[in-house]
Design a protein around this ligand. Structure first.
Ligand SMILES: NC(=O)c1ccc[n+]([C@@H]2O[C@H](COP(=O)([O-])OP(=O)(O)OC[C@H]3O[C@@H](n4cnc5c(N)ncnc54)[C@H](OP(=O)(O)O)[C@@H]3O)[C@@H](O)[C@H]2O)c1
Length: 282
């Protein structure tokens, strides 16, 4: 069985490739990457695949039994056609199964909703493809908060607009474990899984970071409008608006969802403390 993973040079694609190598051996795993040289370190066969280029995928998916489609990073409306290039090539080239990395969230309620809408549109395309399929809806990654830790320490606080909302975080490593099983095991076919861990508040997140990193952070909520303005100034309009939309979603409960992680993997998701400790020790 040959399994291909798109966006293999990225952090999520890399985590999935690593887990698949453990499960089925490197000779059965193919990494597809827009920039193949960035994926060389994975030590598997690498093929070229830019989501904008259908021909790339007609070649890259030859002889592949199952493909993992990592959702794109482009503007939400562009992503739908980009993903169709992969789905269409999979259908035409005899791929039997497609697994798609979607996202937890609501299609209408926040500034993040355009991203959720485009993910739901691809979910529909995946279901209608005629291939065997599995869809994972990823929770928010915990890693970016830890990459940002020096800024939090400098400011002495975690500050955003999530208030008391609970967020079910995950990590790319946990997702790698889940997606490998969803690719390999036919019992997952036709399922949509929320891939998340326990839901925690931002105050609890600050407390866990304090325990693991021996910091002294407090959590301070600000308004959605103030946070959006701050993020737009720091990150530009597109990303700033999306980030503020994510935290607005946490505030109103959109990331406080039940977890299907155990159904996907046969074990419980790591706790936030365990994930943060594991990432610190990397
Ligand atoms: N749940 C969350 O908290 C969260 C946070 C951030 C992102 N995401 C989503 O998670 C997914 C990937 O995350 P990540 O951590 O792997 O991000 P990442 O490390 O930044 O990697 C992004 C990957 O996308 C690839 N890519 C960009 N444009 C492409 C195109 N036109 N065709 C093919 N590949 C393309 C990049 O390839 P190059 O090496 O060529 O640049 C890279 O491999 C994305 O779907 C993103 O929307 C989720």
């Amino acid at each position: 069985m040959k399994i291909a993973v798109t966006s293999a040079s990225g952090q999520l694609g890399t985590a999935i490739v690593k887990q698949l190598k453990k499960e089925i051996g490197k000779e059965n795993v193919i990494g597809i990457a827009r920039t193949p040289q960035k994926a060389k370190h994975l030590d598997v066969e690498i093929r070229k695949g830019d989501y904008n280029n259908r021909q790339d995928f007609d070649k890259a998916l030859q002889g592949v039994d199952a493909v993992l489609l990592v959702s794109g990073m482009d503007h939400p409306q562009k992503r739908i056609q980009q993903h169709r290039n992969v789905i269409g090539a999979a259908k035409q080239n005899g791929v039997q199964k497609i697994v798609y990395t979607s996202i937890v969230g609501d299609e209408n309620k926040t500034a993040f909703s355009p991203v959720v809408q485009s993910n739901r549109a691809t979910e529909k395309d995946v279901r209608a493809s005629g291939l065997e399929w599995v869809i994972g809806r990823n929770g928010i990654y915990i890693e970016p908060d830890l990459e940002y830790i020096n800024n939090y320490v400098k400011e002495g606080e975690i500050r955003n607009c999530a208030a008391d909302g609970r967020c079910a975080y995950t990590s790319r490593e946990e997702l790698g474990c889940a997606y490998a099983q969803m690719l390999l095991n036919t019992k997952h076919n036709g399922q949509v899984y929320n891939l998340v861990g326990e839901a925690i508040t931002q105050a609890e997140l600050a407390e866990i970071i304090n325990q693991v990193y021996h910091t002294n952070l407090t959590y301070n909520p600000i308004s959605v409008e103030a946070y959006e303005n701050e993020r737009k100034e720091a990150l530009g309009d597109f990303i700033g608006t999306i980030i503020a939309g994510i935290y607005e979603g946490i505030k109103i409960g959109l990331n406080d969802v039940s977890s299907d992680f155990e159904k996907a993997t046969g074990r419980q998701h790591k706790t936030a403390f365990e994930m943060i400790k594991a990432i610190k020790n990397l």
